[in-house]
Design a protein around this ligand. Structure first.
Ligand code: NAD
Ligand code: LMR
Length: 336
């Protein structure tokens, strides 16, 4: 006799669910790519009123997929409803940039979204709530959300740099003609912006040190700029910002965060504890491992002068963004 699954579903909320990334994300979540194929899920789709119809259409299609794990779908335009009891929040909803824009150009318009959502997560989030910010500028939006949720431990907020990490792994594997699974120990440091620093100095490919397999000119003139500007390349070639690869990276990030066993490292934007001279409190991309459901910054890496100066440049940009949103009144609360 098959015993029916009676476990409480994990409550997953996706904001901007009527948009492009939302559409690429929610079907994979419901199919089990996020939390595995035995964890039941309740999906909540948050939109602004103009986006609710699209989200409702998505909800109808979710129903038509008859996903066994999907125990319910809620569509709402009210953050208080969307974040009530939420375990995992993927904050996608915000404007994407177009050609000729930098992600920081979205600072004011999108920054205003993340304060109220942080407040609603603070009020309604489950004790184990975890938040991934995808909407750009992701690091600073995560900073704003965390600042509005003083009762939620700050290590529950993270920003997505996994797409940059995956891009870097893909580029390196191509260049070295190895499989992506052969690459370990690569880090994307800093901001999810053109200043980010994809660092291969601790990476290995098939067990061999990458720094011995690539020349410095390729690193400085091809690899680093191509990874850092891949978002613009996609916009130029596709005519719109990345969608399926962004949804895929969001799933990788949350899956590793929740189920990671601390084995391999990846990259994620997390609240700095002062490691590697990154000012405490900034949301910065670091090398991380997930241990018992918590991102831990990989400690004590020796950084050469080149790496130090690249990281410092990206961190300086994060400081500027933080100061800009503070000046706009978007960072009103001091964290406890
Ligand atoms: P999109 O315009 O297709 O969808 C965004 C959706 O968000 C829209 O449906 C809109 O109605 C909704 N929205 C706007 N404000 C909202 C709010 N306050 N609450 C809930 N929903 C809201 O855009 P997209 O292509 O899905 O991209 C979404 C965001 O993700 C953009 O900011 C984009 O730059 C960013 N992005 C980040 C990464 C990353 O690596 N961190 C990668 C790709 C895209
Ligand atoms: C990306 O990296 O593809 C996204 O952040 C979208 C963008 O604006 O580049």
């Amino acid at each position: 006799v098959n015993v029916p699954v009676t476990r409480q579903p994990v409550r997953v909320t996706v904001t901007g669910a009527g948009g492009q990334i939302g559409y690429a994300l929610v079907f994979r979540i419901a199919a089990g790519a996020l939390l595995g194929t035995t964890t039941p899920i309740h999906l909540t789709l948050l939109e602004i009123p103009e986006g609710v119809k699209a989200a409702e259409g998505t909800a109808l299609e979710l129903e038509d997929c008859a996903f066994d794990l999907l125990r319910g779908v809620t569509v709402t335009d009210d953050p208080a409803v969307a974040f009530e009891g939420v375990n995992i929040a993927v904050l996608v909803g915000s404007r994407p940039r177009g050609p000729g824009m930098e992600r920081a150009d979205l600072l004011e318009a999108n920054g205003r979204i993340f304060g109220p959502q942080g407040t609603a997560i603070n009020a309604g989030g489950a004790d184990d709530v975890r938040v991934l910010v995808v909407g750009n500028p992701a690091n600073t939006n995560a900073l704003i959300a965390a600042a509005h949720a003083p009762d939620v431990p700050s290590d529950r907020f993270s920003a997505m740099t996994r797409l940059d990490h995956n891009r870097a792994v893909g580029q390196l594997a191509n260049h070295l003609d190895v499989s992506v699974g052969a690459i370990h120990g690569l880090t994307v440091w800093g901001n999810h912006s053109a200043s980010q620093y994809p660092d291969v100095f601790h990476a290995t490919a098939g067990g061999r040190a990458v720094r011995e397999l690539v020349d410095e000119r390729w690193l400085a003139e091809t690899f680093i700029p191509r990874v850092a500007q891949r978002g613009s390349e996609i916009i130029a070639v596709r005519g719109g910002s990345s969608v399926a690869s962004a949804a895929n990276a969001a799933i990788d990030h949350v899956r590793d965060w929740v189920t990671g066993r601390g084995v391999d490292w990846t990259s994620a934007g997390v609240v700095s504890d002062g490691s590697y001279d990154v000012p405490a409190g900034l949301v910065c991309s670091f090398p991380v491992r997930s241990v018992d459901g918590q991102w831990r910054i990989v400690p004590a890496l020796q950084l050469n002068e080149f790496s130090r100066s690249r990281i410092a440049a990206s961190v300086a940009e994060l400081v500027e963004e933080r100061d800009a949103v503070r000046a706009l009144g978007l960072l009103p609360l001091a964290r406890r």
